[in-house]
Ligand binder design. Structure first.
Ligand code: ZN
Length: 268
């Protein structure tokens, strides 16, 4: 029986693997992006009603999160359009929210639904460093890491059934899997770290998008130094449990910096 299941699983994987046009890596994608974006939009609404959203009219920080999000989103949209891939982002309806929480974290759901926690801001300290984090998170979404992670999780836990079937038959398991796939799993008590390939892609393209959006990508180095220093403090960042650093992150970013700087045009 197990053998049959394995063949069946391999069959699905062969059918559902596709090459990512930006990263060049083959990825498992069992579900249409549009289906995941739709589920994500509902979960985002629910998350915002259950958490304390900081109003942009009352907070310069919330205004900054919105501004950074918009600039990153428009840089990515422009880049995808130039590459002839604009339709990949057709379903994106970008939203940016700052949520009042001590958690040192941020995430972006497929479809462009971004959350930054106030607990992250003492570590980012400035707008460009915040842009580095948002660029990293948005890359996880546009590089379809959510689909990849959800597909792997569904195969392991529910046998690769259709998303709609899973959502109606096992709603809480499926919703928790979705949250974990976006990197928002700490909300539901699941820590599912992005894997090494996904982290590398998010660091690399996130850095490029940050530069394209007019933020100095060199801010990434002191940012990650502050993040690593915080890991030894009293409240280690939740961010690092879902976005693991292998100690060579800063070295890799330094190697990518000359290319990132080619994209950098400061905004006046
Ligand atoms: Zn990451």
């Amino acid at each position: 029986m197990k053998r049959i299941f394995t063949f069946f699983t391999v069959g699905i994987m062969l059918v559902a693997c596709s090459r990512n046009a930006i990263t060049g890596r083959n990825q498992l994608a069992l579900y249409p992006e549009s289906e995941i974006e739709q589920a994500a939009a509902q979960q985002y609404r629910q998350f915002l009603t259950q958490n304390k959203v900081v109003s942009t009219s009352a907070s310069r920080d919330a205004e900054m999160v919105g501004g950074v999000g918009q600039r990153i989103a428009s840089a990515i949209t422009q880049y995808y359009t130039q590459k002839g891939l604009g339709n990949e982002l057709n379903g994106y309806q970008w939203e940016y929210n700052l949520v009042d929480s001590k958690e040192v974290n941020a995430w972006c759901m497929p479809g462009g639904k971004i959350v930054v926690y106030t607990g992250l801001l003492p570590i980012t300290q400035n707008e460009a460093a915040l842009a580095v984090v948002v660029g990293h998170e948005v890359t996880h979404a546009v590089a379809k890491h959510g689909n990849e992670r959800l597909s792997q999780g569904m195969l392991q836990q529910l046998g690769g059934v259709a998303l709609s079937v899973a959502l109606s038959n096992q709603p809480s398991t499926t919703q928790n899997l979705l949250m974990a796939a976006y990197g928002a799993g700490t909300e539901v008590g699941i820590l599912l770290p992005f894997n090494r390939n996904q982290e590398y892609e998010a660091d690399k393209f996130g850095l490029f998008y940050t530069a394209m959006a007019g933020y100095n990508p060199q801010e990434a180095i002191p940012l990650w130094q502050r993040m690593e220093a915080a890991a030894n403090g009293q409240h280690p960042p939740e961010f690092l449990s879902t976005h693991p650093s292998e100690g060579n992150r800063i070295k890799r970013l330094q190697q990518l910096m000359p290319e990132a700087l080619k994209y950098y045009k400061p905004v006046r």
